[in-house]
Design a protein around this ligand. Structure first.
Ligand code: ATP
Ligand code: MG
Length: 645
């Protein structure tokens, strides 16, 4: 792994919310005196009635987690109403459409009115507090309106990424028992229109339980409307009032259900509640992104993922920020689009995923250099380990060595960012998520269940709860307990492996399910993949283990080449040697397959469990493939697989 150290620039240290001394002080308070810390930090939120106790949580027994007990509040009120007095006319959301030139700026007052109107629509459709509402919308303002309206009236939203298949949508509707579905005629992704209503119709036929389907007219495509069930968004909203009192919610009332990405298996319907979630997302959004009033903030995730929930909508709007919602994709009309948007809207804070960084890096520096990016002050990543090579490219080419990078480790289940640099406080090491956020107590556990001290590598767990931790898996508390709290009793088990270095920095080594055991040496996927990506010919790599007579397991590497490079026997040998020299003989790939693309989840994460099946020739049982972005990729992989078992 990279040993480079990027120290905090002087102006950052002076002007950020937190320098290192302050980070240390706040962190210590947050773990030594959580009551004092969280009582103070919870004041960033407006409470209708104060909480009586900071927390009451146990990771043992039935696993019961409660924060800010007896507090009454409303998340939509905190994201909208309380901003009206001072920033009613300030932009809340900048909508940037799929086509350049299509944009809309929505002020806090306008957003408030739209949310109230739609809250009344939901009520008139019979939606009550605690009911689940399924939302299957593209990245258009109505998506933000719909989720905030649910929050306003106490309904629980379950957002399904608008690229998912009818089957995937039907499963999520059924699992969360939704009787209302909100969708659009079509979504736009680059040159393609996606038939959302068509997919929704198929899903509703399968799921059966949907009584009302509210449809946004987005592209104007002609779509069938089923009498008695399907209604137009604009027809319903036209007659409703722009006032709707917010429901007084208990801290522990559910806010939303969201299904995990499905990288490791069947997605879990993670349930988040109200008080702890909004305190934590607001606090992390401020400190991790060093958000100050007036900053233009852009997170490129889709709201269908937790990143979009916490850091496009809830965290930023609770803080009164200007947040950008982008409907399109990074390469439409061309590979400069993201940077053009940064220039157009004078973006200060930019947050994306390693998969996007690698894809843009593959196109070379020109599309980036064609733009200014002078407004950008801070860069961020989330979703996978970022290979140091990609980090350095992001840092040098995109950020022109001026912008710190916050590599944020967290999960759907954690609700908010857990391990991350704070840009004014933390010296950076490419590929490391660095240090825990306030209130987060990570630990490393070995195979025998012992907690490691000092530097070392093991299973990443959390010793105590934090406000935004999920409370259960919807309808399946037993799965919640068995997935996260059984492996290392008394701790939250993340399912990821990590290494802690001499400076106490955390490096995510990969998923525990993906660890490869070569001749008794346990190897994380991240290090080997990063080594491959460090070779100029490689743009992306994924490694898995397969059974080997002598070594127990050997390494099968899948490699995607940068533009300008062709597969060859020579290059294959060169890459194996490169890893061997970089990490050691133990990490040398036994087999190396070139491929045009890797199988990824819809959120862009590499699905190693599929690659493992291909490597091991277990082709008739690929597991849950419903969250796969492009099934055709798997066929190509199988066609070109190298038999080594
Ligand atoms: P499933 O739980 O269904 O298998 P998933 O884990 O991919 O899917 P998410 O909750 O979207 O679903 O992803 C969280 C995971 O993403 C983490 O457990 C980790 O493996 C990875 N991850 C997220 N951010 C980072 C990061 N900064 N560095 C390394 N890994 C990260
Ligand atoms: Mg997971």
């Amino acid at each position: 792994m990279s040993n480079d150290l990027f120290t905090v620039p002087e102006d950052w240290r002076k002007n950020a919310w937190c320098d290192d001394a302050r980070y240390q002080k706040m962190y210590e308070e947050s773990v030594n005196d959580p009551d004092a810390f969280w009582t103070r930090e919870a004041q960033r939120i407006d409470w209708f009635e104060p909480f009586s106790k900071v927390k009451n949580s146990s990771f043992n027994g039935d696993v019961d987690i409660k924060w800010f007990l007896d507090g009454k509040l409303n998340v939509a009120y905190n994201c909208l109403d309380r901003h009206l007095e001072n920033r009613g006319d300030q932009t809340a959301i900048i909508f940037e459409g799929n086509e350049p030139g299509v944009e809309e700026k929505i002020t806090y007052r306008q957003l408030y009115e739209r949310v109230c109107r739609f809250s009344n629509v939901l009520k008139s459709c019979g939606v009550k507090k605690g009911d689940r509402v399924s939302i299957y919308l593209p990245m258009i303002p109505q998506l933000a309106v719909a989720m905030l309206a649910c929050a306003r009236i106490g309904a629980i939203h379950s957002i399904v990424f608008a690229g998912f298949s009818p089957d995937a949508l039907a499963n999520r509707i059924t699992d969360a028992e939704c009787t209302i579905l909100i969708t659009a005629d079509e979504g736009l992704r680059g040159p393609k229109a996606i038939g959302l209503k068509e997919a929704a119709d198929e899903a509703m036929d399968k799921a059966g339980m949907v009584k009302k389907c509210i449809v946004v007219k987005h592209t104007g495509a002609d779509v069938p409307m089923k009498a008695g069930r399907d209604v137009w968004w604009h027809d319903l909203t036209a007659k409703e009032s722009t006032e709707c009192p917010p429901e007084h919610m208990d801290s522990e009332d559910p806010l939303f259900i969201l299904y995990t990405s499905g990288s490791t298996g069947t997605p879990k319907g993670v349930l988040h509640t109200t008080g702890g979630y909004i305190v934590y997302t607001s606090l992390t959004h401020q400190y991790v992104f060093d958000y100050h009033d007036g900053d233009i903030y852009w997170c490129t995730a889709d709201i269908g993922w937790v990143t979009g929930h916490s850091y496009i909508i809830y965290g930023p709007l609770a803080n009164g920020a200007v947040t950008i919602m982008f409907e399109g994709i990074p390469n439409y009309p061309d590979f400069s689009r993201f940077w053009q948007i940064c220039d157009k809207h004078q973006v200060n804070i930019f947050y994306t995923a390693p998969t996007v960084v690698r894809a843009l890096m593959q196109q070379g520096d020109e599309p980036v250099k064609a733009t200014s990016r002078k407004s950008v002050r801070l860069l961020g990543t989330v979703g996978e380990p970022i290979n140091p090579e990609a980090w350095l490219w992001y840092y040098r080419v995109v950020g022109e060595e001026r912008c710190p990078i916050v590599d944020t480790w967290w999960q759907t289940e954690t609700g908010g960012i857990m391990i991350t640099p704070l840009p004014g406080a933390t010296d950076l090491k490419p590929g490391s998520a660095t240090r825990p956020f306030f209130g987060i107590q990570p630990a490393l556990i070995d195979k025998e269940g012992n907690q490691l001290d000092g530097p070392g590598e093991g299973y990443l767990v959390m010793l105590d709860s934090w406000p935004a931790l999920a409370r259960t898996v919807y309808g399946d508390h037993r799965r919640f307990k068995s997935t996260y709290f059984i492996q290392c009793p008394g701790t939250y088990f993340s399912g990821d492996g990590a290494r802690r270095d001499e400076d106490g920095y955390y490096w995510i080594t990969g998923r525990i399910d993906d660890v490869i055991n070569v001749s008794g040496h346990r190897l994380g996927t991240a290090e080997i993949e990063s080594s491959l990506v460090a070779h100029p010919a490689v743009s992306e790599a994924a490694v898995v283990g397969f059974p080997h007579d002598i070594k127990g397991q050997a390494i099968y590497a899948y490699v995607t080449l940068s533009s300008g490079f062709e597969p060859s026997e020579e290059l294959r040998k060169e890459l194996s040697l490169f890893v061997r020299k970089d990490i050691g003989p133990i990490a040398t790939p036994e087999v190396l397959q070139f491929t045009d693309s890797l199988p990824k989840t819809r959120s862009g994460k590499i699905m190693r469990r599929i690659l493992r099946k291909v490597a091991c020739n277990e082709l008739d049982n690929l597991g849950d493939t419903s969250t796969l972005a492009d099934p055709a990729v798997v066929e190509a992989l199988i066609k070109n697989r190298i038999d080594a078992c």
